[in-house]
Unconditional design. Structure first.
Length: 485
């Protein structure tokens, strides 16, 4: 197979390299299972036992969902490190997908809190490894300077959101008719389908995907095993002695994520194996990282505050029939499906004239803040008083913000990455998502349906200000990127 550096570019998949189809498909099925499960997870945690749930306090349940989501992205660090130092990205992706499938099976088959604990830990670890490596594999399909890269990531994002659309629709339908565990079981079936798809397309991935960029010397392997065992022991002890509980879990994830991000930046920037240009590009990634964390702290509230809002404030009746709460989670993917192709075509058409990465990040952060401010006109409409159309419009604005930042962030991580830290730079981007996602769980604890004005206005204004500051600093950041746009 031709390498991505060949003079005749591969354009067999909608103008993109043919192997993108394999990664597109496996991510579609993985996101089907992930978002299908997440669409009903919060409901399962806080619904009463009589309604099939676990009856956990709503604030605690939202914190658990935020911490779990943050943990998923935090575990990308582990997956990325294994891919860069021990195994190649292809094998890490395969192993991670198996772990995710087993986690969904645990949620479906093991009743009560035990099933939640086992299932979420396995899905969190597996999803982290899968996300970091799949994104890296997409990056290997493009030569440096290939202007199709952002468009390719936008198409890849389309696959993600096809799965994200169908997942909550089908799992929500099963949950509302035959029970939560049937919905979790369907998520397991979706991940199994992704595994089969990946197995068939594995041979088409480029040779670069078989490489371990920075192999760990064999003499250091015992030390790594000891560190891993000590880490597990510390976590078990923290839980056993009550230092980590369901109520403070999201805060713990925030602290761990922040420390991990700082450590990662220090390790990469202090490495003797990177050039001065590579070091400058990593420095340029710092403001993008911070803006991304702010963005995701709002965006990921679709799975906390907006889920609660949909259950308590949204009028979900259509011609006398009330659709499942989880279906709201499929509104955003519909817009992604429609608009991702538009954005991909726009970036392709503009080529070198498209807005720079810092400008896209600034716009995405500011626009998601504006989306939160759009909730304000509907304050005071009472229980189930907000029309569905209003939330549809708000989630459309969410989508525009997402397309300005999320696929661009994945692309930027691969463009700015030093060669020795290729996958781990992708993990750094996901650490910003982890930080924002776990923060969304903490912020959800301050949401009160009876007093929404300060909540939506303060958070929305903060995001707009952060976006404006990054826009003002976009030129200095671009200079630090050393020729990368």
């Amino acid at each position: 197979m031709s390498s991505p550096s060949t003079t005749q570019p591969d354009t067999r998949f909608f103008g993109q390299p043919r192997p993108l189809a394999t990664l597109f498909s496996v991510e579609l099925w993985e996101r089907f299972s992930f978002y299908g499960m997440q669409g009903i997870l919060l409901l399962y945690l806080y619904f009463s036992v009589a309604d099939g749930g676990l009856g956990i306090d709503q604030t605690t349940a939202a914190g658990i969902v935020g911490a779990y989501g943050g943990g998923v992205y935090l575990s990308t660090v582990l997956g990325a490190w294994v891919a860069d130092r021990l195994l190649d990205s292809r094998r890490v992706l395969l192993i991670s997908a198996v772990v995710v499938m087993l986690g969904h099976i645990a949620l479906a088959a093991i009743p009560g809190v035990a099933g939640v604990a086992v299932g979420l830990i396995m899905i969190g670890l597996g999803s982290g490894g899968l996300k970091a490596t799949a994104t890296t594999l997409v990056g290997t399909l493009y030569a440096p300077g290939d202007t199709r890269r952002d468009a390719g990531f936008s198409l890849y994002y389309l696959g993600i959101n096809l799965g994200a659309f169908f997942g909550p629709i089908l799992t929500g339908l099963l949950q509302s008719t035959v029970g939560f565990h049937w919905g979790f079981g369907l998520a397991a079936v979706g991940m199994a389908a992704g595994l089969v798809q990946y197995a068939f397309g594995l041979k088409n991935l480029p040779d670069e995907s078989r490489l371990v960029p920075n192999p760990l010397p064999r003499r250091l392997l015992p030390r790594v095993v000891v560190i891993a065992l000590v880490g597990v022991a510390v976590i078990v002890a923290a839980v056993a002695f009550g230092l980590v509980t369901a109520t403070n879990l999201a805060v713990v994830v925030i602290v761990v994520t922040a420390l991990a991000a700082v450590a990662y930046f220090v390790v990469i920037l202090s490495s003797r194996g990177i050039s001065s240009d590579e070091r400058s590009r990593v420095l340029a990634f710092v403001p993008l990282f911070l803006a991304s964390a702010v963005f995701w702290s709002i965006y990921q509230q679709q799975f906390t505050v907006i889920t609660i809002y949909s259950a308590e404030r949204l009028d979900r009746s259509v011609f006398g029939w009330e659709f499942p709460i989880s279906w709201v989670q499929s509104i955003n993917p519909i817009f992604i499906i429609v608009l991702s192709g538009v954005f991909a075509a726009l970036w392709t058409k503009l080529g070198a004239r498209q807005p720079s990465t810092p400008v896209k990040f600034a716009l995405g952060t500011g626009v998601v803040g504006l989306a939160f401010l759009l909730f304000l006109p509907f304050v005071g409409t009472g229980a189930h008083g907000t029309p569905v159309l209003a939330l549809v419009v708000i989630l459309l604005v969410f989508t525009v913000a997402e397309l300005l930042l999320s696929p661009v962030g994945l692309s930027a991580a691969t463009k700015l990455a030093p060669e020795r830290f290729r996958t781990q730079m992708v993990a750094l981007f996901f650490l910003s998502v982890a930080l924002g996602t776990s923060a969304s769980g903490v912020l959800a604890g301050f949401y009160d349906p009876a007093n929404e004005v300060p909540y939506f206005s303060v958070i929305g204004i903060v995001a707009v200000v952060v976006g404006a500051l990054l826009l003002a600093a976009s030129r200095p950041v671009l200079r630090l990127m050393r020729g990368v746009r």
